[in-house]
Write a protein that binds this ligand. Structure first.
Ligand code: ADP
Ligand code: MG
Length: 254
């Protein structure tokens, strides 16, 4: 479980996060949604320690991460898997080297063990045998899957994904969402996904946190969302024809 309390983050005069509280449960995918520039990535970075919040606390399973020094954070960092917005693969390294690089940094596994682990993770994301390819030889969906394979290579207890579907076609997006959901259940990890994809919201949105003007404006499940009368949330969500149709279907069923 991850708990954040009263997170504030500013860049100069720009107050981006204005007191965010949230709890992310293990074995579940939690979504952070909101408009472009609403602070979703900033919140994720505050949680994993890439940004230091100006105020507020982050707890990983009751341990206060925000008050730890660099050394104290290392064991928790090892339990964090992260898929960055642009996959963030090293272009000069092969698929296998991209994964082995993480294991080099954080483990004392032998070379053979690292390659075995890389193979295991690649198989898990349906990329068995693609070890020697370079990122430039991969499609967008394959790059995301390598990013996911790298994120799970340390058997993470906490998994963070920033816009895992950006740039993907709808069918590939759904496969990525299902993979994230399956891995979350398999590893029983606490997973937090930043997205503005309404397919994801309807597909895997058990718990959704909506950010607006630096605040948590709304939280709940995708089913609650369809019935919500929160204006800002509705303006955001029902700008999507898909979501409008979902709401209409619900009204007909009532
Ligand atoms: P989102 O992920 O929701 O699109 P971000 O968290 O990336 O939004 O950005 C929220 C706001 O914070 C934006 O106004 C952005 O310009 C600002 N911001 C984000 N990162 C930085 C940074 N490293 N330095 C200065 N401003 C930043
Ligand atoms: Mg972002």
């Amino acid at each position: 479980m991850i708990e954040v309390t009263n997170i504030h983050k500013s860049f100069g005069d720009n107050l981006v996060l204005d007191g965010i509280d949230a709890i992310f449960e293990p074995g579940k995918v939690s979504l952070i949604i909101g408009g472009s520039g609403s602070g979703k990535s900033t919140l994720l970075k505050c949680i994993v320690g890439l940004h230091q919040p100006n105020e507020g606390k982050v707890f990983f399973d009751k341990k206060e991460f925000t008050k730890m020094n660099f050394e104290e954070k290392v064991p928790i960092r090892k339990e964090i898997g992260m898929l960055f917005q642009n996959s963030a693969l090293f272009d000069s390294m092969t698929v296998e080297q991209n994964i082995v690089f993480t294991l080099d940094m954080f483990t004392d596994m032998s070379k053979a063990e690292k390659i075995e682990q890389a193979n295991f993770c690649l198989e898990r994301v349906n990329l068995a045998g693609k070890n020697k390819l370079f990122p430039s030889e991969l499609s967008g969906g394959m790059k995301k899957r390598v990013g996911i394979a790298r994120a799970i290579s340390m058997n993470p207890k906490y998994l963070f994904c920033d816009e895992p579907n950006s740039g993907l076609d709808p069918a590939t997006s759904i496969l990525i969402d299902e993979l994230i959901q399956d891995l979350t259940e398999e590893y029983k990890c606490t997973t937090v996904v930043v997205t503005h994809d309404m397919n994801s919201v309807m597909g895997i949105g058990d718990y959704i946190l909506f950010l607006y003007q630096g605040k948590k404006y709304w939280e709940g499940s995708n089913q609650d969302m369809l019935k919500s009368d929160n204006k800002e949330l509705n303006d955001f969500v029902f700008a999507s024809p898909l979501m409008k149709a979902a709401r209409e279907t619900l009204k007909i069923e009532d």
